[in-house]
Design a protein around this ligand. Sequence first.
Ligand code: THU
Ligand code: ZN
Length: 153
Amino acid sequence: MTHCDSSGGDYPGTIVARPELGPADAALVTEAELAQERARPLFSGFAVGAAVRTESGTEPYLGWNVEDPSLVRVLHAEQAAIYAAVHRENAAARVLDIAIWGTGDVPPCGACRQTIVDSNPEARVLFPYRGGILITSAADLLPLSFRITPSSP
Ligand code: THU
Ligand code: ZN
């Protein structure tokens, strides 16, 4: 596990300036940015977009956060994007990369980290952090995550 060293960041990973991203990462981040425009954060005003690339190599799956008037449903962008992949492919849809976009630093919450780990602990996770893009992995963001292990007899 590496720790980002610029600006004293404390998340594991590397901070990259957006123009320095490779073309595939840059395209995924742009998709997340477009997804953010579709967010409906009725109460918090905090709009989040996410774009997921799976092993299948299809177009990225997009998600954005939604806060219902009733507040019964609060959908997180990352979970929406992963559910879209699962719905279009199948439950085994494996996330290779997920880009998250929002205003300021936008690390995924704990529940979203678990959702990404459940799909693939090695998934690459990109989000805005300290003026750049932090590139890290699901497992590095959520060490000691919940996993079902077969019980011993
Ligand atoms: N949000 C996300 O979409 N993903 C996260 O992991 C962090 C939080 C949304 C949920 C809510 O609509 C708003 O951001 C403020 O928490
Ligand atoms: Zn979340």
